[in-house]
Design a binder for this molecule. Structure first.
Ligand code: GTP
Ligand code: MG
Length: 259
């Protein structure tokens, strides 16, 4: 509870612990070890979902591989896209960016700055235009230029905003992404888990990236989000530099808990 984990996770840990302790003959001196062992197994099992190796998946998939990024306002989507573009570049995988956040002021300029720095092409329309059409054009561009990956930036949205949620479904319908990534803020703990759940229900996410893991002292989101959504965490954002993107390692979470 101190780690701000999801209720479902607390229930699972309690139930696992019950199974390994209740009505089991355990020597008094072994109680602590048994609890620790059960807790460790419990937490390890939270990450028991099918893993995705992004670079591998891109390499074996048909071109262009389309990735759409979704999440609430300010969660770190645009920054994460720039980091992924940099990662792709370092792995000699070409990409184009789609400015499908046509909603927030200065969003297109923000992405343009990243595109220029990274030396990748940005496909953009005007503010207020149809985000799905921008994504469609970016995919068309990638097909014409034989580009490997399309990264679609989208506007931040709350699940309570019906119009923006419908818009997101339209982007998915038109762009048919190979991967739908939910970008959440590691620091928001259980809120992040609830958001991932609602985005998953709306469009069916494939994986999760937790940004701002560098400013997270609790780790509740990382502990809970895979268990609740049954989707893997692909990366952690660990700062504001392009290189601040770390492949997610469940073992580090288990270690971080002192287990
Ligand atoms: N410390 C830290 N800051 C981050 C990280 N990722 C993003 N940020 C910062 O978080 C803020 C919001 O990031 P954006 O990438 O603009 O978030 P967004 O989800 O695109 O925001 P909207 O488009 O407004 O919904 C910026 O100040 C980023 O620099 C991270 O991993 N660590
Ligand atoms: Mg953004």
């Amino acid at each position: 509870m101190e780690k701000n984990v999801a209720i479902e996770v607390i229930e699972k840990i309690k139930s696992d612990l019950g199974q390994s302790l209740v009505e089991k003959p355990i020597k008094r001196t072994k109680i602590e070890d048994t609890i620790r062992e059960s807790l460790k197994n419990s937490v390890e099992n939270l990450f028991d979902v099918e893993k995705i190796s992004l670079l591998q998946k891109i390499k074996i998939s048909e071109k262009p591989f389309v990735i759409a990024f979704f999440g609430v306002n300010g969660s770190g989507k645009t920054t994460t896209i720039a980091k992924i573009a940099d990662l792709l570049k370092n792995n000699k995988i070409s990409c184009v960016l789609a400015a499908s956040d046509t909603f927030r002021a200065a969003s297109i300029e923000q992405l343009q700055i990243h595109a220029d720095k990274l030396g990748v092409r940005l496909i953009k329309h005007d503010y207020g235009s149809d985000p799905a059409a921008v994504a469609f054009d970016a995919i068309k561009h990638a097909k014409a230029k034989n580009i490997d990956v399309v990264l679609i930036d989208t506007a931040g949205r709350l699940h309570s905003n019906v119009n923006l949620m419908e818009e997101m479904k339209k982007i998915v319908k038109v762009a048919k992404p190979d991967l739908k990534v939910f970008v959440g803020e590691a620091i928001t703990g259980n809120d992040c888990v609830e958001q991932a759940k609602t985005f998953n229900e709306a469009v069916g996410i494939d994986g999760i990236i937790l940004a701002k893991a560098d400013i997270d002292e609790k780790g509740g989101a990382a502990i809970s989000v895979s268990y609740v959504t049954k989707k893997p965490i692909l990366y952690l954002g660990t700062g504001q530099e392009y290189s601040d993107l770390k492949e997610f390692e469940p073992d580090l979470v288990v270690e971080g808990l002192g287990l």
